[in-house]
Ligand binder design. Structure first.
Ligand code: OOG
Ligand code: NI
Length: 464
C-alpha cells in the first residue's frame, strides 16, 4: 500500500513537469553521463580526451576549409562531445531490449557486421541517430555485438554458457517500467528521462563481481576470451568510448610519446588529403581486479581485461561503388607482404581518387548540396554547372558508421594473443535481425536519401 502511494506520488510529480522531452535531448544527456562515468572508471580515457582536444584545436586553426565543414555539421561543440561506445550482449532478449532502450534516445540499428570471419564469435550493429538534424544535435553511437554461442563447438560448454546467461538480468525493473512508459506515452518527461539515464548507467557500468567461479571463467576464457567477457559478468560493461579526432596520426604519435600502449597499426584507409570513411586506433587500458565466486559463499580475487581506449577520425561516406573500390584496395594491401604495412597501404590506395571533385564526379562519395541564395541559374543548368558556377556548394557527407575489417582489428588488439579462432560459420544477418526484433537499416540508403533530399532543396530530382 505504501508502495502504491509512493508510485502514485511519483506519477503526480512526473505529470506536473509536463510534456515528453525530445529523444535527442535524452541521448545527449546519456552520452554525457556515460562519458563522465567512463572517465572516472578508466583514467587513461581522460588523458586521451585531453590529447584529442589539443590536436583538434590545432588542426582547425591550421585548416580553414576543414573548419567550415565542421561548422556545417554542428561545429566544435558537437565535435568535442562526439563519441561512440561499444557493448557486447549475451542473449537475443538482451539485444531486443537494448533496441527499445536506444529507441527512446532516437538511436536506430544501422548496418550488419559479421565478425566471425575474423575469428571473433559475434555479429553486430550500430545504434545511432539517422537524420541530419539528430546527428548535428548529438551523434552518439553504440556499436552493439551479440555473442554467437552457436559457434562454441563443445556442447556441454555451450549449454553451460547459455544457462548462466539465462539467469542474469541486465536491466533493472525501474528501467523496464520506464521503457513501457516511453512506448505507451510517446516519450519521457524530463524527470523520467533523468531516472531513465541513471538506471541505464547501471546496466552499462563495470561490475567487478563475476557471476561464476574461477574455474568456469577459465574454461569459457579458453574457448574464446570474448565468451568469458560476455558470459561471466553481471552486465554488458561499456568497453570503450571513442572521441573523434581531426588528425589521428597526430594523436597516435602523441600517445606513443606519452608511453600509452597504442595499437601498432591504424585501422582503415591510409592518411589522405580528403579523408574517407573511418580510421581508428586503440590502446589497452586496464587490467581489472575481479571477484570470482567460491563454493563457500566467499569470493576469490582474479583479474580480467575488457576495457580499452580508442580514437577515430571520420571522413566522407562512400557510395556502393566507392566502398567496393575501398574494399578491393584494402584487400590488396592486406594480402601483400606486411613488412611495411603503412607504405603498402599507401601504394594500394594510390588508385583511389583523392580530391573532392573527382570523388563527386565519379560517384564514389556522398555529398550534401547547398544552394547559395543569390545565385540565379538557368533552369537547364546541370548539377555540375551549378557546382562549377558556385551557385551550389557540395559538402561531403561524413561517414557515421563502422567498418567490419577495422572492427575485427580493434577486437583482436584488445583481446590479446591467442584470441583468434577459426569459425566455419557464415554471416547470419537474418538470425541477428530475428534476435533484434526488426531489420537493420542499410547505411548507404541513409546517405543516398540525405543526398537526394539536399538535391531536391535546390530543385534537382537527382538519382540520389
Ligand atoms: C567492439 C570493437 C569494434 C569499432 O569501433 O569498430 C569497435 C568491441 O570490442 O566490442 O569498437
Ligand atoms: Ni570502437
Amino acid at each position: 500500500m505504501a508502495n502504491q502511494q509512493a508510485t502514485d506520488q511519483q506519477a503526480i510529480e512526473d505529470a506536473r513537469d509536463g510534456l515528453p522531452i525530445s529523444p535527442d535531448a535524452i541521448r545527449a544527456y546519456f552520452a554525457a553521463a556515460m562519458s563522465e562515468m567512463y572517465r572516472r572508471e578508466v583514467p587513461l580515457y581522460g588523458t586521451l580526451l585531453d590529447i584529442v582536444a589539443t590536436v583538434n584545436r590545432r588542426t582547425l586553426e591550421a585548416d580553414p576549409a576543414l573548419r567550415e565543414r565542421i561548422e556545417a555539421e554542428g561545429g566544435i561543440e558537437r565535435l568535442s562531445v562526439e563519441r561512440h561506445g561499444a557493448i557486447r550482449l549475451g542473449t537475443a532478449e538482451e539485444l531486443a531490449t537494448c533496441r527499445r532502450l536506444f529507441a527512446v534516445m532516437g538511436m536506430e540499428p544501422v548496418g550488419y557486421y559479421d565478425l566471425s570471419v575474423a575469428g571473433v564469435p559475434v555479429h553486430s550493429t550500430a545504434f545511432r541517430p539517422v537524420t541530419v538534424q539528430a546527428l548535428s544535435r548529438c551523434p552518439f553511437r553504440i556499436f552493439t555485438s551479440l555473442l554467437r554461442l552457436e559457434l562454441i563447438e563443445d556442447n556441454a560448454l555451450r549449454a553451460e554458457a547459455e544457462a548462466i546467461l539465462a539467469r542474469r538480468r541486465i536491466f533493472s525493473p525501474a528501467l523496464l517500467d520506464l521503457l513501457d512508459t516511453a512506448e505507451a506515452g510517446g516519450g519521457l518527461t524530463e524527470a523520467q528521462a533523468e531516472r531513465f539515464v541513471s538506471e541505464a548507467l547501471e546496466t552499462f557500468r563495470w561490475h567487478p563481481d563475476t557471476t561464476v567461479s574461477r574455474e568456469t571463467y577459465e574454461r569459457l576464457n579458453a574457448a574464446h576470451r570474448l565468451i568469458a567477457d560476455v558470459v561471466c559478468f553481471r552486465g554488458p560493461h561499456i568497453n570503450h568510448l571513442t572521441p573523434r579526432t581531426l588528425d589521428i596520426d597526430a594523436v597516435q604519435a602523441e600517445m606513443i610519446a606519452r608511453g600509452i600502449p597504442a595499437k601498432a597499426v591504424i585501422e582503415g584507409p591510409p592518411r589522405r588529403a580528403c579523408p574517407i570513411l573511418l580510421r581508428q586506433t586503440s590502446f589497452t587500458a586496464l587490467e581489472e581486479q575481479v571477484a570470482f565466486q567460491a563454493a563457500d559463499g566467499r569470493s576469490v580475487p582474479g583479474s580480467h581485461t575488457a576495457r580499452f581506449g580508442e580514437v577515430e577520425q571520420r571522413g566522407v561516406a562512400l557510395t556502393p561503388a566507392g566502398r567496393a573500390l575501398y574494399d578491393r584496395l584494402l584487400d590488396e594491401a592486406r594480402g601483400a607482404d606486411p613488412v611495411d604495412y603503412a607504405a603498402t597501404l599507401d601504394r594500394a590506395f594510390a588508385a583511389f581518387p583523392d580530391d573532392l571533385e573527382t570523388l563527386r564526379g565519379e560517384g564514389l562519395a556522398y555529398f550534401r548540396y547547398l544552394g547559395r541564395p543569390h545565385h540565379r541559374v538557368p533552369h537547364y543548368a546541370t548539377l555540375d554547372d551549378l557546382v562549377q558556377s558556385g551557385a551550389v556548394t557540395a559538402v561531403p557527407l561524413t561517414y557515421e558508421d563502422f567498418l567490419p575489417v577495422s572492427a575485427a582489428g580493434i577486437f583482436q588488439s584488445n583481446l590479446g594473443g591467442g584470441a583468434s579462432a577459426h569459425y566455419a560459420a557464415e554471416a547470419s544477418r537474418s538470425a541477428f535481425e530475428t534476435a533484434l526484433g526488426t531489420s537493420v537499416a542499410d547505411e548507404s540508403a541513409i546517405y543516398a536519401a540525405q543526398q537526394a533530399a539536399s538535391l531536391r532543396t535546390i530543385g534537382i530530382d537527382g538519382p540520389g
